[in-house]
Design a protein around this ligand. Structure first.
Ligand code: FUL
Length: 494
C-alpha cells in the first residue's frame, strides 16, 4: 500500500502559504507557520477516497435467492437460477438515489455458484436457464455501475462448498484464476471483500463431508493480494477482511461500530476468520500501527439473501437512520445489504424503506446552521489566519483549525447568529494528518451560561452527535484530550 504522507505534507504547506497570503491579515510571520506534522499512521489516497464515499451497498444474490437458503451447500443445480426480470439498472438507480456511492456484488458466495460464466467451473450462470446460459450478472452490474457513476466492488467467497478440491493447494490456484477473470473483465473494483466464514461441511464435488482448513495459513493472502494488485489498474483496490490489510470488519453484523472508533489497529497477529477479536475490531486501537478503518456491514433484512417470508421484516427508515448514526455518525463507512428478489429486482418493500430513509436523512440534515458562521477558538496555530477557527465553518474540507504543537486541548465557539433549534453537531478531523482527538465535549449557550449537552471520545473522519433538541445561538466544542495538536476541518450544526 502506497502512502502519501509526504505529498500531503507538501500540499498542506503550499495551501498554508497560499491561504495566508490571501486570507490572513495578522502578520507576515504567519506565512512561516508550518502545518502540523502528521500523526502516523495516516490513510492512503485510496482509503481517503473510501472514507469520503461514506455509504456503499452490498448486493447478495445467487442460487440462495431461489433455494431460500442463507448458505447454499454447493450441491444446488444451476437450473434453479432463473431471475425472469433481472434489471441491474433498477438496482443501481435505486441504490444511487438512496445515496450509496459504490456497490459490492457477491460474485460467488459460499455455495461456489459463479454469477459470471467462469471458464474454471460448471457451477455457474452459464449452466442456468437465465438468458439461456448467455447471461452474465457480474457484467450487468458492473456495467450498470459505470452507467450510473457508482463504483463497483467484488465479494468472492474464499470458502467454496461446491469445489471438490477445497482444502487442497489447487483450490487456491482456482480462486486466483477466478479473481483474474473478474479483475480482467469487470474491473476496476474499489473494494475486494474477503469473507472470514470458511471451512465446515459442504458438497465438495460429492464428498459431502466436513473440511477444516488452517485459517491463518491456507489462503496465503499476501500472495493473493499481491496478485490482484498486479491485475488492477489504478486507482488501487482496497482489501477488506476481518483483519484488513486496508479495511477491517467491525466485529458484528448489527450496524454498529463502537463509540470510540480508532481507524488505527495493529494487525500483525490478526487474520481473517480469527475468533475472539470482535471487540477489538469494533474499537481499533489508539496506538495501532496501521490505518485500517472499520466498515459496518449490515443487511436491510434479517438475512443476507432475499426470502419472501422476510418481506414484512425489512428495516424501517427510522431503524436505517439509527444505523446511519451508529456507523457513518461514528466515523465508519456503512455497507448496507439490499438483496434483490427472485424476479431479479429490488423488492417494493426495500425500495419503500430506502426512499423513506433518504427522506429522513435529507430532512434531518437539511440546513447546516453553522455554514459560514462566525467561529472563535481559545488559540490557533502560530496565530496564523490559515489555522483560525473560521476554517471549520468555511465549507472547505482542505482547511482546518489547528493549535500549536504543544497544545493538545482547546475550545471552539460557533456563533449561529440567532437562537434556533439544534439537534445534531457534526465534526470532522483532517485525517490526512492522522486521527488525533481522544475526547471532546459540547456545550450550548442558554440563559446566559454554557450548559453541557454531550460528551464523546473519538472523531476521525466524521462524528455526528445527536442532542436532545435544544434552542441556542452558540455552540462550544471542547477538545479535552488529543494525541497531538487537534486538527479539525469541519463543524456543522443541524
Ligand atoms: C458472512 C457470510 O457468511 C454471510 O453469508 C454474508 O455474506 C456476510 C456478509 O458475511 O461471513
Amino acid at each position: 500500500m502506497r502512502r502519501y504522507s509526504q505529498l500531503v505534507l507538501a500540499a498542506a504547506l503550499v495551501s498554508t502559504l497560499f491561504s495566508c497570503s490571501t486570507t490572513d491579515s495578522t502578520t507576515s510571520a504567519a506565512q512561516q507557520v508550518a502545518a502540523p506534522a502528521p500523526v502516523y499512521p495516516v490513510p492512503s489516497e485510496a482509503q481517503l477516497a473510501w472514507h469520503e464515499m461514506e455509504m456503499n451497498a452490498f448486493v447478495h444474490f445467487t442460487t440462495n435467492t431461489f433455494t431460500d437458503l442463507e448458505w447454499g451447500y454447493g450441491d444446488e443445480s444451476p437450473a434453479i437460477f432463473n431471475p425472469t426480470q433481472l434489471d441491474a439498472d433498477q438496482w443501481v438507480k435505486t441504490l444511487k438515489e438512496a445515496g450509496f456511492k459504490g456497490v459490492i456484488l457477491t460474485c460467488k458466495h459460499h455455495d461456489g455458484f459463479a454469477l459470471w460464466p467462469s471458464k474454471y467451473t460448471e457451477h455457474s450462470v452459464a449452466n442456468s436457464p437465465y438468458k439461456n446460459g448467455q447471461g452474465d450478472v457480474v457484467k450487468e452490474v458492473s456495467d450498470a455501475c459505470k452507467r450510473h457513476g457508482l463504483k463497483f466492488g467484488v465479494y468472492l467467497s474464499p470458502w467454496d462448498r461446491n469445489r471438490a478440491d477445497y482444502g487442497q493447494p489447487s483450490y487456491i490456484e482456482y480462486y486466483r484464476n477466478q479473481l483474474e477473470e473478474i479483475f480482467t473483465n469487470y474491473g476496476p473494483a474499489f473494494e475486494m471483500w474477503f469473507d472470514g466464514a470458511n471451512g465446515g461441511d459442504g458438497y465438495y464435488g460429492g464428498a459431502r463431508e466436513v473440511r477444516k482448513i488452517d485459517r491463518a495459513t491456507y489462503y496465503d493472502w499476501p500472495t493473493t493480494l499481491a496478485y490482484v494488485d498486479k491485475l488492477q489498474p489504478k486507482p488501487e483496490v482496497l482489501f477488506f477482511s476481518d483483519a484488513g490489510p486496508d479495511i477491517r470488519w467491525v466485529g458484528n453484523e448489527r450496524g454498529v461500530v463502537a463509540e470510540t472508533n480508532w481507524n488505527t489497529i495493529s494487525n500483525d497477529t490478526l487474520y481473517a476468520g480469527m475468533a475472539g477479536i470482535e471487540d477489538l475490531l469494533g474499537t481499533g486501537s489508539e496506538d495501532g500501527t496501521k490505518w485500517i478503518p472499520a466498515e459496518v456491514d449490515v443487511s436491510i433484512r434479517p438475512g443476507w439473501f432475499y426470502h419472501a417470508k422476510e418481506d414484512s421484516l425489512v428495516k424501517s427508515p427510522e431503524k436505517l437512520f439509527d444505523i446511519y448514526m451508529t456507523s457513518v455518525g461514528r466515523g465508519s463507512t456503512l455497507l448496507l445489504n439490499v438483496p434483490p428478489d427472485r424476479r431479479g429486482l429490488i423488492h417494493e418493500e426495500d425500495l419503500k424503506a430506502l426512499q423513506g430513509w433518504r427522506q429522513l436523512l435529507d430532512r434531518e440534515f437539511k440546513t447546516n446552521l453553522a455554514a459560514k458562521a462566525k467561529a472563535k477558538a481559545d488559540s490557533h496555530r502560530g496565530n496564523a489566519g490559515a489555522y483560525a477557527a473560521s476554517m471549520v465553518t468555511d465549507g472547505d474540507k482542505e482547511t482546518y483549525w489547528a493549535t500549536d504543537d504543544a497544545v493538545t486541548t482547546g475550545t471552539l465557539e460557533i456563533d449561529l447568529g440567532k437562537v434556533q433549534p439544534v439537534k445534531y453537531v457534526l465534526l470532522q478531523e483532517y485525517i490526512k494528518l492522522g486521527q488525533r482527538v481522544k475526547s471532546f465535549s459540547v456545550d450550548i449557550w442558554q440563559n446566559g451560561a454554557w450548559q453541557p449537552v454531550a460528551d464523546a471520545t473519538t472523531i476521525g473522519y466524521k462524528r455526528i452527535l445527536q442532542l436532545d433538541p435544544v434552542n441556542t445561538d452558540k455552540i462550544r466544542i471542547n477538545i479535552t484530550a488529543s494525541k497531538a495538536s487537534p486538527v479539525i476541518s469541519n463543524v456543522a450544526v443541524y
